[in-house]
Design a protein around this ligand. Sequence first.
Ligand code: FES
Length: 70
Amino acid sequence: MADLKITVRANGPYRLEGPFTIVDGEENEFTLPEGQWVSLCRCGNSDNKPFCDGAHRNKTPAFEAETKAT
Ligand code: FES
């Protein structure tokens, strides 16, 4: 089984590639199998948090964030 991979997208979301499980504040589980991916919002504007819905592209001023993981 592969490990979870998290990619920091330039001025956008975090992309998580499965396999993994996200547990929300109500203990609901969202499981993704190996080879599939999902994006998590880091701009705060998504209407479908914790997932990215593309709203970061329309933010004014533009959403800008570092991509380095240092
Ligand atoms: S990062 Fe895409 S909507 Fe927030």
